[in-house]
Design a protein around this ligand. Structure first.
Ligand code: THU
Length: 156
């Protein structure tokens, strides 16, 4: 038996085409980029997360001389939410980045570990989390749910 998996996403030429509420979220992700500690990769990532309450929580990648001890921006933000606002529902996560590790024209995409952690948040709250990814050339992907980025992820 052959089975298909299909998902759709929106691609905008520029994040300024997003609704105002999302543009505010993108602005906050760019603010978060400035707090990245990335002396080893020189690739700075910012994440901003909108909660149902309207609050926006930010995170940025934090590297370490013992490389695996560092953490990605998305996980810094999500784990902070898990510990400080465990009952809050997450609406949207926005990810932006700055650096030469990924060429400007290539679409950015969260790493596998962050997808797994985002999936856990989505499963835990039983409600989809939208993902907005702003590329370094301003092209913007809007993905409706984490499951789209990690079909067959580990867990329930
Ligand atoms: N990074 C993130 O913050 N998020 C991702 O989804 C992928 C990669 C960080 C980890 C590391 O500090 C730097 O980007 C280069 O890999």
């Amino acid at each position: 038996m052959k089975k298909d998996f299909h998902f759709s996403y929106d691609l905008l030429a520029d994040w300024k085409e997003l609704p105002v509420e999302d543009q505010v979220l993108v602005d906050r992700a760019f603010e978060a980029v400035e707090t990245a500690y990335a002396p080893y990769s020189e690739f700075k990532v910012g994440a901003s997360v909108r909660l149902d309450s309207g609050a926006i929580i930010m995170g940025s990648n934090q590297e370490n001389a013992a490389y695996p001890s560092g953490l990605c921006a998305e996980r810094v933000a999500l784990f902070h939410i898990g510990s400080a606002f465990p009952k809050e529902m997450i609406k949207t996560i926005c990810i932006v980045a700055k650096g030469n590790l990924i060429p400007n024209h290539k679409l950015l995409s969260p790493c596998g570990g962050c997808r797994q952690v985002m999936l856990e948040s989505e499963n835990r709250q039983k409600k989809k989390i939208r993902i907005i990814i702003v590329n370094q050339d301003n092209r913007t992907m809007i993905v409706p749910s984490v499951i789209d980025l990690l079909p067959f992820g580990f867990g329930s």
